[in-house]
Design a protein. Structure first.
Length: 326
């Protein structure tokens, strides 16, 4: 059965135009709400990945789990403003939240499409079946590297072969249902073509879509990474190449078409904001429409529309990563 990603129509709508056009649409009131939301159920993670601010402990903001009050405010706003879709992603592993399935069901019942990103390590048959029962629309399993060796050296706490088995189990339990749409994503740091082809052979049969991209490395402190000296030298070389090839994104969906909600209700304009650099409000204090159209949000948008990326920390380090294969 050929399945379509249910989020694609939304992505096609927001991934057009220029930042200037997007900013004008907000100022004129043509666009007054986010097309979709990214929601962080927790910023705790059971892995310690060397490329992630959570894993490297460079994230300084308080850690916690989304409370019932924030969940209630979230679902009320989704209903009130007819928010089309919610993705349970951001910083941390969402399946660590003790009520993550219940929360996803509440958001689904509020009328939104729902998606989750996960490292997959905590899933069992019961959770997988529950995801299907609540009609999870889409799931992405996050890999790293292209085989057992390259995955395990970058993801401390992870197990490549275990994750493969969980993905295969998920695929089997889903069976012939149209949902959830299964995606697999990985990023590389110099793997060979043979390794890449072997990875594709490992996963292609068990998902509806996979993509392989580059790991963004310039934010890493190589000396803190638990890898060999040869690997450190390789990453230092790749970091230099990143700086040479950096190209700013032509269109910013984050600031103009989406809001990202942290576990405590704080709302930021950027998916890459791991430490409250671009917080524009809190869902417990105001509604999504007011926050989306707030003065502080539009100050950031005007800066981006004028290509003054260096004035905003998140924007200064935001550049394109080229997908190797899909």
């Amino acid at each position: 059965m050929k399945r379509a990603n249910p989020f694609i129509p939304i992505y096609h709508t927001v991934n057009v135009g220029t930042n200037e056009e997007k900013y004008n649409a907000i100022k004129e009131g043509t666009v007054c709400l986010p097309a979709y939301l990214d929601v962080e159920l927790t910023n705790y993670c059971n892995f310690r990945c060397c490329f992630c601010p959570t894993g490297t402990k460079s994230m300084k903001r308080m850690k916690g789990y989304m409370s019932d009050d924030v969940v209630d405010a979230l679902t009320e706003n989704i209903k009130k403003f007819n928010i089309a879709a919610v993705r349970f992603i951001r910083w941390g592993e969402p399946t660590m939240h003790p009520k993550y399935l219940e929360i996803m069901e509440k958001v689904k019942n509020a009328g939104a499409l729902i998606h989750i990103n996960t490292n997959g390590s905590l899933l069992d048959d019961v959770q997988i079946q529950k995801m299907i029962d609540i009609h999870l629309d889409s799931i992405k399993f996050s890999f790293q590297g292209a085989d057992e060796g390259t995955y395990n050296e970058m993801r401390e706490g992870g197990d490549y072969l275990k994750l493969l088995n969980i993905v295969r189990k998920f695929h089997k339990i889903r069976g012939n249902r149209e949902y959830p749409y299964i995606q697999i994503s990985t990023t590389l740091t110099g793997e060979t073509l043979e390794q890449i082809e072997n990875f594709k052979a490992d996963v292609a049969e068990y998902c509806d879509y996979y993509n392989i991209g580059y790991t963004k490395l310039n934010h890493l402190n190589v000396e803190e990474m638990n890898i060999s000296n040869d690997e450190k030298c390789k990453i230092l070389f790749l970091q230099k190449q990143e700086k040479i090839k950096r190209v700013y994104r032509a269109v910013c969906v984050e600031a103009f078409n989406k809001l990202s909600i942290n576990w405590n209700g704080d709302i930021t304009l950027c998916c890459a904001d791991y430490d409250n650099f671009m917080v524009v409000g809190n869902i417990l204090d105001s509604n999504l429409k007011s926050i989306f159209n707030s003065k502080i949000a539009n100050i950031y948008r005007e800066t981006i529309a004028n290509h003054q990326y260096g004035k905003i920390k998140c924007c200064a380090d935001c550049y394109e990563t080229v997908s190797l294969t899909k």
